[in-house]
Design a protein around this ligand. Sequence first.
Ligand code: A3P
Length: 355
Amino acid sequence: MESSSSKMNQSLKCNEKEEYRFDPTTHNKFKEIMSTIPRRKDAWVFDLYQYEGFWCGSFQLEGMLSAQEHFKPQPNQVIVSSTPKSGTTWLKALTFAIMTRFHVDESTNPLLTRLAHDCVPFIEVNICSSPQKLNLDVPLVATHIPYTSLPKSITNSSCKIVYICRDPKDAFVSLWHFNHKMSAKDQEVSATEDVPLEDALEFFCQGLTTCGPYWDHLLGYWRASLESPEMILFLKYEDLKNDTLFWVKKMAQFIGCSFSLEEENKGAVQKIIDLCSFENMSSLEVNKSGMVRLELGITQDGVNAYEFKNNSFFRKGKAGDWKNHLTPEMARRLDQITEQKLAGSGLTLNVTPNG
Ligand code: A3P
């Protein structure tokens, strides 16, 4: 009889069909669009391009355009979506564990030996360079693409989208630390010496971050979730922290993988929560010392990729850590923008109070 782990390896196996690699038509369209749209630097001097109302890096733009042309959801496709630094890694791990629980037990789960981003690929990162990775036996992929720019193949389908957002103050602080590590200077200088927090905040408030403006990304998914609650489950990082059991069960039900009473009685939900907890995930060898290879797109010259440490995705894992970094004025500024942007939308965020 086949062991559960070999079954799981099958589940992670890529289905080779419909492979799409370098597509000159999309690439030329991308080049043409890139040459005409607004371009700015972010606080870390990365180039950002403004497309359909949002800022993104060139590789993401090409990935997004390719996804709009080529992405085909699988049957029962589940998509986890977020802005960067809002809890994507955690949400990926939880949905992956929920969807694969029938094939593996807690001792053989691939999350124990692979980074969550390796188990659940991003559409826009892989569509050009490794499209086969998006066609897994576990129909689960992720994206940071804003709702209004999602491929029509997703919005016109019955895909389930689980979206996560976070107090912008914590997302900003998390981004500041992460971008510092990404800019690869962390060996030499501190985050503050690299880009002072005040400078980074200015860019964040202007919306000049990947997928920014942060608030507009949230609002796009929020409005869509009101129109199509059966398609989009809108989660908040802080709610997931405060009542993980409730939200994990809700998520499972939403994606059509509800826990049975028997499973609940056997503690299956709690096992998934424990597996995916920050404490457990951040202490796993793969997440402490492993490296992730990010393929940033494909050109005629080959795959453009670079590597960074898996531990970059695990820092504090707390709600309210902004208090250790932001001055009351900085926090007030972010809260005011949040209030103005969200006014009338019906969306409230779990912003931890200032002061
Ligand atoms: P902090 O930098 O505030 O610690 P993303 O996954 O979207 O890149 O977001 C990263 C943030 O999620 C980081 O926040 C990280 O520590 C936190 N995180 C990662 N794994 C987590 C987990 N299992 N539970 C809770 N938070 C987690």
